[in-house]
Write a protein of this length. Structure first.
Length: 95
């Protein structure tokens, strides 16, 4: 069996939008996450619920909604996002 090995995450460009807590920002994000449904079921709230293939995920003001390299959406807390992501620039998104 042996000892655990150390791994480093591979670098990958993702798309993300930060929710600023406003209704306008929430609706823009929901249209991006689910363009067929448009606005979805958003109600003015201190939380934004995004429905993903993994079920309902909740974001607080300042959190990010991320689309992975496989097209899967998820929410990410602001502190985690800032610790693990940096702007990639347009050139990386076209790789």
């Amino acid at each position: 069996m042996g000892y655990p090995a150390h791994y480093r995450m591979r670098l990958a460009a993702v798309e993300a939008m930060q929710w600023d807590g406003s209704d306008e920002s929430a609706l823009t994000i929901l249209r991006w996450v689910n363009p067929k449904e448009g606005e979805g079921g958003y109600l003015a709230s201190p939380r934004l619920t995004v429905y993903t293939i993994d079920g309902a995920m909740t974001a607080s003001q300042g959190d990010y909604i991320v689309r992975s390299i496989r097209g899967v959406f998820y929410t990410c807390r602001l502190d985690i996002f800032e610790a693990t992501h940096e702007p990639a620039g347009e050139d990386l998104l076209n790789v």
